[in-house]
Design a protein around this ligand. Structure first.
Ligand code: GRG
Length: 301
């Protein structure tokens, strides 16, 4: 595998090498024992193992590698962030929130099963994430730091708070760039940042490494969201695997809505270049992080 991102032609390769490890670890984490009702276990597996891009677990492994650690040691935290992400998608798709029927190219969990089962699958995934995380880190100090990191990213001031403000913005509140960025730094950015921090924690990263990862996360998380807004406006249901054009329908606060398409594209480009600059601190060990920044810009779903 070439370690120069410019030489890579297969758009999935820097994640692709990690994919079998991630998929196997996700599958293994879905063993909930005989007391878990069969239908609930099915709904959890349906959502967690659905064909997502696995960006967040890949970021955990990439950060561990960039900081000189063994990516395989970071598989527990990688599964934990994907569990939080999967729960957030299930709940986001519910009728009380974004009310979606298509996710990852399939029926959303509440359509495939029923609303109560979808809510419970999300609830279970949130708790199981912390179970997997704590079980996977033998050093108690690192385990506590990891649990705190994920709890803060998933909590009221981050993922959930960002989602609450995003929903509120559909019907009121300031329609400004500052407010939009405040929403996305919590709703999308916090979990990206936590993924990178978890990789740093398990690999015993130095402070300068953590600083570089934190800056990389800030730019990458925002770039991801800017591109997400662009894709919602310019793509089809089929290529996205979810309903396109919903932001405008729901009156969402978006980058293209505030800046127009050209300025939004320029913003995404500038954020990605900046995140590549932060990844360069790691030299060759950070080649996947550099590659991922380009992937976020060019992704089609
Ligand atoms: C319900 C607490 C709670 C939070 C929901 C995930 C989320 C927050 C909202 C989903 C809607 C949305 C467009 C969010 C911003 C971008 C995002 C998180 C997209 C989905 O992530 P991808 O593209 O998904 O990484 P895959 O399916 O590839 O894993």
């Amino acid at each position: 595998m070439p370690k120069n991102p410019e030489m890579m032609t297969d758009s999935a390769s820097a994640i692709g090498e990690f994919s079998p490890l991630i998929e196997a670890a996700l599958d293994k984490a879905c063993d909930f024992g005989p007391n878990c009702p069969v239908r609930l276990a099915e709904a959890i597996r349906y959502s967690l193992l659905a064909p997502g891009k696995r960006l967040r677990p890949a970021l955990v492994l990439m950060a561990a590698e960039a900081c000189g650690g063994d990516p395989e040691m970071a598989l527990g935290p990688a599964v934990a962030v994907e569990m939080i992400h999967a729960y957030s998608l299930i709940h986001d798709d519910l009728p009380a929130m974004d009310d979606d029927d298509l996710r990852r190219g399939r029926a959303t969990t509440h359509i495939q099963f029923d609303e109560a089962t979808a809510i419970l699958a999300g609830d279970a995934l949130q708790a199981e994430a912390f179970r997997v995380l704590a079980e996977s880190i033998p050093d108690p100090a690192k385990a506590i730091e990891a649990v705190l990191t994920l709890a803060r990213a998933a909590g009221a001031s981050a993922l959930v708070g960002g989602q609450a403000d995003d929903l509120a913005a559909e019907t009121g509140g300031p329609r400004t760039l500052t407010h939009l960025e405040h929403i996305h730094r919590r709703k999308t950015g916090a979990l990206f940042a936590a993924s990178l921090e978890l990789g740093a924690i398990v690999s015993g990263a130095t402070e300068p490494m953590r600083f570089a990862l934190s800056n990389y996360a800030k730019d990458l998380g925002l770039a991801f969201q800017v591109v997400d807004d662009l894709l919602d406006m310019t793509s089809s249901d089929t290529s996205l695997g979810k309903r396109a054009g919903k932001d405008a329908d729901r009156g969402k606060l978006t980058y293209p809505g505030l800046l127009g398409l050209d300025e939004t594209r320029a913003k995404a480009q500038q954020l990605v270049e900046s995140s590549r600059g932060h990844a360069s601190v790691f030299g060759e060990a950070g080649w996947r992080l550099t590659w991922l920044a380009g992937y976020v810009l060019e992704r089609t779903h």
